[in-house]
Write a protein that binds this ligand. Structure first.
Ligand code: GTP
Ligand code: MG
Length: 372
C-alpha cells in the first residue's frame, strides 16, 4: 500500500547514510485527514524499525530544523503522534501479557464483594490514567458510585495535571489527585467516599435500622498505590506496600474510624491486554510484572519516547550518562550505554534507564495526555 509521506523543509545538508529511515510511516497529516484508526492500520501495515521516522528527530535537532515551524508546537506534535509511534514500534515485539493466578482469583472475589461496596474508589497512575483503566470496570460497576483517584500526582508535571483536570471536568467526572507516599489528597478522598455513600444511612434510618460504616472498595491496576493510600489515610501500615507490582495478594477490609471501611485489593489486569501500546506504558511505569517483558525492548522504546518528549530530549541523556546520543534509535543507545557502563550487558543498561525514569531522573513526565 502506498502511503502519503510527511513533507519536511529541505535540509541544508543531509547525512549520506540513514539506515533506519523508512518512508512508509504514516504522517501526522495522514492522521489528520484519515483519523486515528486509519493511522493505526497504516502503522501496522509496514514492518517497524526502531527509531524510525522520515527524518529522525535527533537529526532534525542536529541540523537545526524546526519541525513544523508555524503549523503547531513541538509539544502538540509529540502528543498527537505518540500513540501511532508506539503502535509502530511495538508491532514486532513479543506481546506483554501478565495474568498470574492471584489476579484471576481476585477478579472472581472482587465481583462477589462488589455488592457489599457502597462506593468504589478506582485508583489510576497519573502518568498513564488511560492505560491503567480496566476495560471491564464500567460493566462491573454498573450504576455503583465511583471515585477516580489520580495517584502519583507528584510524578507528573503541572501541565499534565491541568490537562487531565480539564478533561475530567469537561466530562463531569470528579477526580481526586493524590500522593500515596506522602498522603496528599487522602483526607479529601475519605470525605468524598463518605459523602458519596451518605444515602446508605439515610435509607437505613428511614427503615428504622441503625447506621453502619460506609464501605469503600479500593481497586485498580498493580502498583498504582492502592495500599499506600489506605496506609496514609489510616496513618498506620495496615496493608503491605512496596515498589513492585503484585504485592497485595488477598482482599482485606480495614476500618477507618467508626464510619468508614476500606477494602484493599490486589491489582488487577485484563487476562489479555489487546492494546499493546498500553501494555508497554504499564511496563515502563512498573505497573505490570517484570517477567512479562524484555527490559532491553522496553527501555529502547522509552529512550525513543524521551528523545522526542518536549520536556526531555537528547541533552538530558547526554547529561545523565555522559555519552552522546548518536541517533534516535533507542536500541542503539541502550547498546552504547551498556558498553559505556556495564561491560556490554544490555539488560543492566536497560534496567538503569527504566529505573532512572521511574525515579524521575529525566524530570517528572507523563506518558499520556487526554484524547482530543
Ligand atoms: N512517588 C510516589 N510513589 C507512590 C505514590 N503512591 C504510592 N507510591 C509508591 O508506589 C509503590 C507501590 O505502592 P503500593 O501501595 O504497594 O501499590 P499497590 O497498588 O497496592 O500495588 P499492588 O498491591 O502490587 O497492586 C510503593 O513503593 C509506594 O511508596 C505516589 O503518589 N507517589
Ligand atoms: Mg497493594
Amino acid at each position: 500500500m502506498l502511503l502519503p509521506t510527511r513533507r519536511l523543509p529541505a535540509a541544508p545538508s543531509r547525512p549520506a547514510v540513514r539506515p533506519h529511515i523508512s518512508p512508509a510511516r504514516p504522517s501526522l497529516r495522514f492522521r489528520r485527514q484519515h483519523g486515528r484508526a486509519a493511522t493505526a492500520r497504516a502503522a501496522s501495515a509496514t514492518p517497524p524499525v526502531l527509531g524510525d521516522t522520515l527524518l529522525g528527530l535527533y537529526e532534525k535537532e542536529r541540523l537545526g530544523l524546526s519541525r513544523y515551524a508555524d503549523e503547531e508546537s513541538k509539544e502538540d506534535v509529540f502528543w498527537e503522534t505518540l500513540d501511532a509511534d508506539l503502535q509502530y514500534w511495538t508491532r514486532s515485539l513479543r506481546p506483554v501479557q501478565w495474568y498470574p493466578g492471584h489476579i484471576a482469583k481476585t477478579e472472581k472475589e472482587l465481583k462477589g464483594q462488589l455488592k457489599l461496596m457502597d462506593v468504589v474508589i478506582e485508583v489510576r497512575d497519573a502518568r498513564i490514567p488511560l492505560a491503567t483503566t480496566h476495560p471491564k470496570m464500567d460493566s462491573w460497576l454498573g450504576n455503583r458510585r465511583r471515585i477516580i483517584v489520580m495517584n502519583r500526582e507528584d510524578m507528573v508535571s503541572a501541565d499534565d495535571r491541568n490537562a487531565w483536570a480539564t478533561y475530567f471536568s469537561s466530562q463531569g467526572i470528579k477526580v481526586v489527585y493524590s500522593n500515596g507516599q506522602l498522603g496528599m489528597g487522602t483526607m479529601k478522598l475519605g470525605r468524598m467516599a463518605k459523602s458519596a455513600a451518605s444515602t446508605v444511612n439515610t435509607k437505613r434510618r428511614e427503615k428504622g435500622l441503625l447506621p453502619r460504616p460506609v464501605r469503600a472498595g479500593i481497586v485498580g491496576y498493580p502498583n498504582v498505590g492502592k495500599s499506600s493510600l489506605i496506609n496514609r489515610l489510616l496513618k498506620r501500615r495496615m496493608c503491605p506496600a512496596a515498589p513492585r507490582p503484585g504485592v497485595t495478594r488477598e482482599l482485606k477490609w480495614v476500618r477507618f474510624g467508626k464510619d468508614l471501611e476500606l477494602l484493599d485489593s490486589p491489582g488487577i489486569l485484563p487476562m489479555r491486554i489487546s492494546d499493546q501500546t498500553a501494555a508497554l506504558k504499564l511496563a515502563i511505569c512498573d505497573d505490570i510484572g517484570e517477567r512479562s517483558y524484555d527490559f532491553a525492548d522496553v527501555a529502547a522504546i522509552l529512550v525513543q519516547i524521551l528523545l522526542r518528549h518536549p520536556a526531555v530530549g537528547s541533552e538530558a541523556f547526554r547529561k545523565r550518562y555522559k555519552i552522546d546520543v548518536d541517533s534516535d534509535c533507542g536500541k542503539l543507545f541502550v547498546t552504547k550505554l551498556s558498553v559505556h557502563l556495564f561491560n556490554g550487558d544490555t539488560t543492566q543498561a536497560a534496567f538503569r534507564i527504566l529505573s532512572d525514569f521511574r525515579k524521575g531522573r529525566f524530570g517528572w513526565v507523563a506518558l499520556e495526555r487526554p484524547p482530543t
